[in-house]
Each structure stands twice: as structure tokens, then as C-alpha cells.
Design a binder for this molecule. Structure first.
Ligand code: ADP
Length: 267
């Protein structure tokens, strides 16, 4: 299968002599969910900005569907990428949830009936259709983030990037968003990139790419990453609590309790 996204030996720096990414190469297959992890400042958001053409590599190439990104084809490509950011309040634009969801479609010459159909589908996907006439500013953080996700889905993206999308949410809202992402994964062909600090979220990813010291330090499954204790420590990531408890209990030979994050399932 041809990769959906490919970074080929990408170097990037904001300032001369201060490299942020060095020789970064990776591929993401179509329909795959990949998590991008790394310490604060390791370059995760920079990768998202390079992929959406907000930044240009100093060296190397970025390809989507085998086509190298250039300033000329970037605008077209951006139409196929849905983005959800960390702060739900930054993504509120309309007077109602439905208007907010339609916002990304306004400039795309989508006919009105098609727009309404897409807004309904997107809001149903995030379980917010019944809130369509509500004022977005009055929703909870988790609901706002689901509306932000609906806005990204309404453009019917081929690639969905969630940049720390759960980091400001409470545990229940996180869980609800993770469940919605899980359902989106069933949607044929949607390639998902989860930029996250939240190792619980890694359970959703088929593959994890870890950044350390400006480079790709690891690619593999979440279960494989959880065994790389030095790397986890360098990235300031801790094992998910439930997995830590499982390990501690196993070390004491206490029978394992059932948890929703089972190490066996992650392998
Ligand atoms: P992450 O998303 O992993 O936290 P970022 O991609 O935001 O990391 O940042 C990577 C590095 O680039 C950090 O050292 C950060 O300080 C620096 N950086 C990010 N944005 C800018 C910018 N606009 N100008 C200069 N340096 C930046």
C-alpha cells in the first residue's frame, strides 16, 4: 500500500543554528491512526504545521498521496486535512453549534443543502446534534471540543489531526472524546494523527512515533513504547496509571484486575 503521508529526511528550524527537527522520516499508511509523542517542545506541533503547509522544511520533503507539498499545491491539500487544537475556546466561531460546525464549509462553495447534510452528519458523529441551536460559548469544555471535532469532520477530511485535543478536558470528557475517535477509526480511509501527552490515548493508536532530541527516536506499538523506560523518562511521559498498577500487582504476584487498558490488548 502507498503511504498517505511521508516525511523524507525533514530538517526544520525556526531560528538559524537552533534545529527543531533533524532528519525526520516516517510514513503513515492510509486509514491508520498514528500517535505522535514527545516531551514539551520536541517538535510535535511543528510537524503538524509542516504537514498543513504553515511551515516549510529547510531540507527534505513531505508527501501526501505521493505528491510533494509545495506552496502551489498546499491550499488544495489543506482542504483535505481536519484539525482540532488543544483549547476548545479558541475554536468557537459561530453564534450556534450548527453555525460553528458549518464555518469551515462557508468558503468552499459547498451548496447549502449539502452543507446542512454535512453539518448534521458531523454533529451526529460527535453526539452533539441535539445541541445544534445552542450557543457554543455556554457548553462544557468537552462539548466544545466535540463541536470543534464536528467542524473538522464537516469538511470530510482524509486526514484528521488532533493536537493535544484532550489535554484541557476532565477525565470523563477525555473518555467520551476517545470513544468518538474510536468510532471514527471504523470510518474507511480516515487517517488520524493524535498528537498527545496522554498515554491513555495511545491505546487508540496502531502505531506510535516518538520524538526525542530533534529526531524520531522510536516507532512501534504503544505496548513496545511502554517497555522503553529510559525513553519514556526522557520524554517526561509516565506509564498510564492503570498499566502501572497492573505491573506493580503482577510484580507482587497479585492476580490482575480487569481494566480497560490491558497490556495484552495493546500488543
Ligand atoms: P511540541 O508541540 O512538541 O511541544 P513545538 O513544535 O511546539 O513542540 O516546538 C518545538 C520547538 O520549537 C520548541 O523548542 C519551541 O520553543 C520552538 N518553537 C515553536 N514555535 C516557535 C516559533 N514560532 N518561533 C521560534 N521557536 C518556536
Amino acid at each position: 500500500m502507498q503511504p498517505k503521508i511521508e516525511f523524507q529526511d525533514v530538517d526544520f528550524s525556526y531560528q538559524p543554528e537552533v534545529p527543531v527537527l533533524k532528519h525526520v522520516s516516517f510514513q503513515v499508511q492510509p486509514g491508520q491512526t498514528v500517535a505522535l509523542v514527545g516531551a514539551n517542545g520536541s517538535g510535535k506541533s511543528t510537524i503538524a504545521k509542516l504537514l498543513t503547509g504553515l511551515l516549510t522544511p529547510n531540507h527534505g520533503s513531505i508527501l501526501v498521496d505521493q505528491i510533494t507539498l509545495t506552496p502551489q499545491n498546499m491550499a488544495e491539500l489543506r482542504q483535505r486535512i481536519g484539525l482540532v487544537f488543544q483549547n476548545p475556546d479558541d475554536q468557537i466561531v459561530g453564534a450556534t453549534v450548527a453555525e460553528n460546525t458549518a464555518f469551515g464549509l462557508e468558503n468552499r462553495n459547498v451548496p447549502r443543502p449539502e452543507m446542512q447534510r454535512r453539518v448534521q452528519t458531523a454533529l451526529e458523529q460527535v453526539e452533539m446534534w441535539e445541541y445544534r441551536d445552542r450557543e457554543p460559548g455556554l457548553l462544557s469544555g468537552g462539548q466544545k471540543q466535540r463541536v470543534a471535532l464536528a467542524s473538522a469532520l464537516a469538511i470530510t477530511p482524509e486526514i484528521l489531526i488532533l493536537d493535544e485535543a484532550t489535554s484541557m478536558l476532565d477525565p470523563q470528557a477525555k473518555q467520551e472524546l476517545n470513544q468518538i475517535i474510536q468510532r471514527l477509526q471504523q470510518q474507511a480511509g480516515l487517517t488520524i494523527i493524535l498528537i498527545t501527552h496522554d498515554l491513555e490515548m495511545l491505546a487508540l493508536a496502531e502505531r506510535v512515533i516518538a520524538l526525542d532530541q530533534q529526531q524520531v527516536a522510536f516507532t512501534g506499538t504503544a505496548a513496545e513504547l511502554f517497555r522503553q523506560e529510559d525513553l519514556l523518562m526522557r520524554m517526561q511521559l509516565e506509564l498510564p496509571f492503570s498499566l502501572q498498577v497492573q505491573r506493580d500487582l503482577a510484580a507482587q504476584q497479585v492476580p490482575l484486575p480487569a481494566t480497560d487498558l490491558n497490556e495484552k490488548e495493546l500488543i
